[in-house]
Design a protein around this ligand. Structure first.
Ligand SMILES: NC(=O)C1=CN([C@@H]2O[C@H](COP(=O)(O)OP(=O)(O)OC[C@H]3O[C@@H](n4cnc5c(N)ncnc54)[C@H](OP(=O)(O)O)[C@@H]3O)[C@@H](O)[C@H]2O)C=CC1
Ligand SMILES: N[C@@H](C=O)C(=O)O
Length: 266
């Protein structure tokens, strides 16, 4: 894609629906040209025409299955070689909500491939170019289910726990560089996610469900504020600080080199 000299490009995965489509809209409104990725290329083309009309944004559409080597490699190549790309939104993700035993091998593999492998590979593909320019940003979409595992979310929560730990370690690696990573933990958001998850959105109390527009606008407000971790639905930020401080205290307490007295023979 050749873009006008002055416009940065953002890559958004999973832009054919839900949260990713709203990111595409908001980033185009902010003056980005876009590379949009998803399997349903027709939807991306429709969105692309809308964004051109509304904001003059140039959009490259990549119809790719990010659980497949060929699709993933195509997007990796774009990230590694287009110097106008300054932002990667790793949004594509899925999950079947159900018991581990009743989840098919195919579904489990696809969720792991998309939520973990694709996110990791695309992040790693973007980083060398971002670091060589000492500029750029990555937004990784995790979930509050990374902090809370239920009988129907073991696999999904496990993959989102990976996103959190991978992203937090990477944030430490990037400290002192001009490259930043924002980790976003949405709670229930009204999207097509639930059509594929095997649990209808109608099963939720509407009071706990956010619109995708509100979720993305809040996440981008957190991005603008320089937040490393954004929990769009959490009103009391101090709750996160307390949680994270407890985690750090527990980790420090693991560094004893000795079995705890309760495990020692009397
Ligand atoms: N909705 C919610 O309640 C919450 C969602 N999240 C996370 O937000 C992110 C976006 O989800 P959301 O917008 O809700 O879900 P949607 O189902 O609405 O959108 C998912 C997007 O990912 C794309 N996608 C799915 N599979 C693949 C694949 N194999 N290759 C490429 N693209 C793929 C879909 O496009 P296509 O089918 O065309 O390929 C679609 O654009 C996910 O990471 C999800 O885990 C986090 C917390 C809450
Ligand atoms: N998409 C939801 C699954 O439970 C979530 O991440 O909150």
């Amino acid at each position: 894609m050749s873009n006008s000299a002055s416009k940065p490009i953002a890559v958004v995965t999973g832009a054919s629906a839900g949260i990713g489509a709203v990111y595409a809209d908001r980033l185009a409104a902010r003056g980005y040209d876009l590379v949009l990725v998803a399997r349903r290329a027709e939807r991306l083309k429709t969105l692309s025409a809308k964004l051109l009309r509304a904001y003059g944004a140039k959009v490259e559409v990549i119809g790719a299955d990010l659980t497949k080597e060929e699709g993933l490699a195509r997007v990796e190549k774009v990230l590694a070689t287009n110097p106008a790309i300054t932002l990667l939104v790793n949004n594509a993700g899925n999950g079947t909500l159900g018991s581990t035993i009743n989840t098919s091998d195919e579904n489990a593999a696809s969720t792991i491939a998309l939520n973990i492998t694709a996110l990791t590979r695309l992040t790693r593909a973007a980083l060398p170019a971002f670091l060589s320019r000492n500029a750029g940003a990555i937004i990784n979409i995790a979930s509050v289910m990374a902090l809370h595992s239920l009988p129907i979310t073991s696999l999904y929560s496990g993959t989102k726990g990976y996103v959190v730990n991978f992203s937090r370690g990477l944030q430490e690696e990037l400290a002192g560089t001009g490259v930043r990573l924002q980790l976003v933990l949405p709670a229930a958001t009204a999207t097509e996610f639930y059509e594929f998850a095997g649990m209808p959105l109608s099963a939720f109390d509407p009071a706990v469900v956010m619109t995708a527009e509100d979720m993305v606008d809040a996440a981008l407000a957190g991005f603008d504020q320089g937040e490393a971790i954004t929990l769009p639905s959490v009103h009391d930020r101090a709750l996160w600080e307390t949680y994270d401080a407890a985690r750090a205290t527990l980790f420090a307490a693991t560094q004893t080199g000795e079995p705890a007295p309760r495990y020692q023979a009397a």
